[in-house]
Structures are given as structure tokens and as C-alpha cells.
Design a protein around this ligand. Structure first.
Ligand SMILES: Nc1ncnc2c1ncn2[C@@H]1O[C@H](COP(=O)(O)OP(=O)(O)O)[C@@H](O)[C@H]1O
Ligand code: SF4
Ligand SMILES: [Mg+2]
Length: 319
């Protein structure tokens, strides 16, 4: 059953020169207890999808249309006070890229986590909040004695673990992780991802994992959604999409993926620039960079078609 179902979501940013079509008709879902990976190059709209779900868009950003069903309720239509009271942090929480820098340097980490717990669970006393914070630390693999530390006493990886602990403070059913390991070095990044995977199975968490790195999705997610230029170009089970990628953009991404033998396969460099979402290309958004582009690709946007059960693609080569 879908826990979250995003349907035809459009989120634009109003800027001086017009509208940035950051998310332009995106649909996908997250199943209970499973992970959906959202992948695509920088600037394709991944973070905007996450911010739309949590309804924390920056000024100028607005959901124009679409629905975001969570446990049967449309979050787009839900009033802000209800989202604040019942959804944000309690049901859906997020760990941002470089979130570790969000810790306040002048307060002890334990105090910051306890504070966050008390903010969201008004009945919790200070000692209950500390208790919970120390359990959360154990959960993310930090000795609870380190709750007394200040942020500068933590490594980058530990800070990111602390942020994950904070995101789990209110037992959310959906965790959104937006490039959770991007700012970390390779070994620490692998440890953080391993933790995320463990938490998913141990807590039965449902997850939306945002990344520009397909290998992370291959390791962590049952489902994947490939975004390009504010749109979903392909989606399906991770196995199906990796085994049988149908969109030329997915092909490019997958060939930039290190081969199983360990040797880095030739980087699937896709020539050209990501589209300017203030003025996106006509027809298929990928056409200026696609080596298979035909006349109709420039004229007509391809339909998003289900080619096998649960595996859909938007490309004129298929439709
Ligand atoms: N606050 C903002 N104001 C205007 N444009 C924005 C803002 N935030 C993001 N954008 C634009 O929206 C598009 C999608 O950005 P984003 O969702 O951050 O993509 P990603 O997370 O995939 O890198 C980009 O073109 C980006 O420049
Ligand atoms: S629709 Fe045309 S331009 Fe777009 S990905 Fe398919 S072949 Fe390439
Ligand atoms: Mg982003």
C-alpha cells in the first residue's frame, strides 16, 4: 500500500524574470516499509519535491497544482496548523544535505536534541526528553555519553548521525533524506548509508532517498524515480530500471555507475547542460542533449507510459 502518493505535482518559483518550473507534473509513490530513491542531476527539482511534501518551500516557491496523499490525506489541501501539529516531524521528517551544519555551535548536542523533542511533544518532561535523546543516540550508533558534547567535538559523520537521531525524535513513519551523505568523505558516507539502511529495516521506516548517485539507490531502495528537468522521465522497481533502462537519460546515468567488477566504467558523460527551468525546452525536455532525438521530440512532449508492471517511461522511442 502507498504511504505517500505524489500526483501530478507542480511547484514553481516566482523570480523576477518569470517562473522557474522546478517540479512540473511529478508523480510517484512511497510504499509502506520500503524506500523510493529520487535521482537526477543537480537542479532537476529533487529538493523542491521534498520541500513541497513538507510544505516548507522558501519565499517565491508555490505548489500550483497536484496532490500529495499521505495516509489518505492530501497534504496540499491541509491547513498549515494541521501540518505543523500532526504531520511535520511527527509523521514526515527530513535530513538535509549538509544538515550537520545546522547544529548550533554554542549548545550541547544533547540539549539541542532534547529541546527538539520537547518542542514537538509538549507533554514530554526534560528528563523524558533526555532519556529519549540517549535512546536515539544508541539507535544511530553514538555512545549516549556524547550527548554532553558540543558540535565541534563531533566529526562530520557523527554530526550527520545526530541529525538523523533528531529527525527520528518523534517516531515519524516517513523519513526523507536529501543527499544525506553528499558532504561526507567516501568512507564516512558509506557508514551513514549503512545506518540509514539498518534503520529502515529495524524501525520499519518508509523512506524517500534523494541522491544524484545511482549506486546509492541500487543499494538502498526498492523503487527508483529518475528526474530530469523538473519531470519524472522513468520510474519503476530498482531491479527493473537497472536491468532494463528505457530512457536515454537513465542509460547515461547508469553508464556513469561503477561496474560490479570494481573498475569504474566509462563515465556516462551526457554532453550539454541541464535545461534552464525558467525557459525549458519544448517537447521532450531532454531533446537538446539526446543522441536519439527525432523531429517529434522537439514538437511534442512524450506521454508517461507504463511499459511493464510498475515500470514507466516518458520517451518517444517507447510511446
Ligand atoms: N528559492 C529558489 N528560488 C528560485 N529558484 C529556485 C529556488 N530553489 C531552487 N530553485 C531552482 O529550482 C530548480 C530545482 O532546484 P532543486 O529542487 O534544488 O533541484 P535539485 O535538488 O535536484 O538540485 C533549479 O533550477 C533551481 O535553480
Ligand atoms: S523523447 Fe526523443 S529526445 Fe526525449 S528522450 Fe526520447 S528519444 Fe530522446
Ligand atoms: Mg537538492
Amino acid at each position: 500500500m502507498s504511504l505517500l502518493s505524489v500526483e501530478n505535482l507542480k511547484t514553481y518559483y516566482q523570480v523576477r524574470r518569470g517562473f522557474v518550473k522546478a517540479v512540473d507534473g511529478v508523480s510517484f509513490s512511497v510504499q509502506k516499509g520500503e524506500a523510493t530513491g529520487l535521482a537526477g542531476e543537480s537542479g532537476c527539482g529533487k529538493t523542491t519535491v521534498a520541500l513541497s511534501i513538507l510544505k516548507i518551500l522558501p519565499p517565491g516557491g508555490r505548489i500550483l497544482s497536484g496532490q500529495i496523499f499521505f495516509k489518505g490525506k492530501d497534504l496540499v489541501a491541509l491547513p498549515e496548523d494541521e501540518i505543523r501539529e500532526n504531520i511535520r516531524w511527527k509523521e514526515i521528517s527530513i535530513v538535509f544535505q549538509g544538515a550537520m551544519n545546522a547544529l548550533n555551535p554554542v549548545f550541547k548536542i544533547g540539549d539541542q536534541i532534547a529541546e527538539a523533542i520537547m518542542l514537538h511533544e509538549k507533554e514530554a518532561s526534560k528528563s523524558e526528553a533526555y532519556d529519549r535523546a540517549s535512546k536515539l543516540f544508541e539507535l544511530v550508533g553514538i555512545p549516549p555519553s556524547r550527548l554532553d558534547n558540543y558540535p565541534h567535538e563531533f566529526s562530520g559523520g557523527m554530526k550527520q548521525r545526530a541529525m538523523i537521531a533528531m529527525a527520528l525524535a518523534c517516531n515519524p513513519s516517513l523519513l526523507i533524506a536529501d543527499e544525506p551523505s553528499t558532504a561526507l568523505d567516501v568512507i564516512v558516507a558509506a557508514q551513514v548509508l549503512k545506518l540509514i539502511k539498518e534503520l529502515k529495516s529495524r524501525l520499519g521506516l518508509s523512506m524517500m532517498l534523494i541522491t544524484h548517485d545511482l549506486s546509492i539507490i541500487a543499494e538502498t531502495c526498492e523503487w527508483c524515480v529518475i528526474m530530469y528537468g523538473g519531470k519524472v522521465v522513468e520510474s519503476g522497481s530498482t531491479v527493473a530500471v537497472f536491468k532494463n533502462p528505457l530512457h536515454p537519460y537513465t542509460h547515461g546515468l547508469i553508464s556513469s555507475f561503477p561496474s560490479i567488477k570494481g573498475a569504474r566504467a566509462k563515465l556516462g558523460f551526457i554532453p550539454g547542460q541541464p535545461p534552464d527551468l525558467l525557459n525549458p525546452p519544448s517537447g521532450c525536455v531532454f531533446h537538446p542533449r539526446c543522441k536519439y532525438a527525432m523531429a517529434k521530440c522537439k514538437a511534442k512532449e512524450p506521454l508517461y507510459i507504463e511499459v511493464e508492471k510498475g515500470h514507466s517511461v516518458s520517451c518517444h522511442l517507447v510511446s
